[in-house]
Design a protein around this ligand. Sequence first.
Ligand SMILES: [Zn+2]
Length: 141
Amino acid sequence: VAESSDCIFCKIIQGDIPAEKIYEGDQVLAFLDVGPLSDCHTLVIPKFHCARLDQCPAEFLAAIAKSLPMIASAVVETVDADGYNVLSNTGRAAGQLVGHLHFHVIPRHTGDGLFKSWPANKYKEGEIKQFAKKIRQNIQS
Ligand SMILES: [Zn+2]
């Protein structure tokens, strides 16, 4: 498993920095965010150093996908949440603060006031088809 010596999450994986770990598998670690948006806000990370989702080996992503429902259920049960957000910020522009891929599991309660707005825009006429076409051309499988 690759790691980076100046990465805070790699240090948590190594045990060099303490964290409240709630789940650990061969390829995945989950622990409580020390700056929670709500109680039991959890971070789920691959035990492989990569900054971006698109740099993460498929086997680690598969392990994350497998563990997320289990982790989310346990977190929701613990705080009796009405729902939860799963999100990953990639790049500074998107609000990524630690350069090691991570998924937030944020428990939500009705009316909790987090993420008050969803600033949806509208496409101009025909624009959605053009974007979709370009993305299809850029998809590499
Ligand atoms: Zn790392």
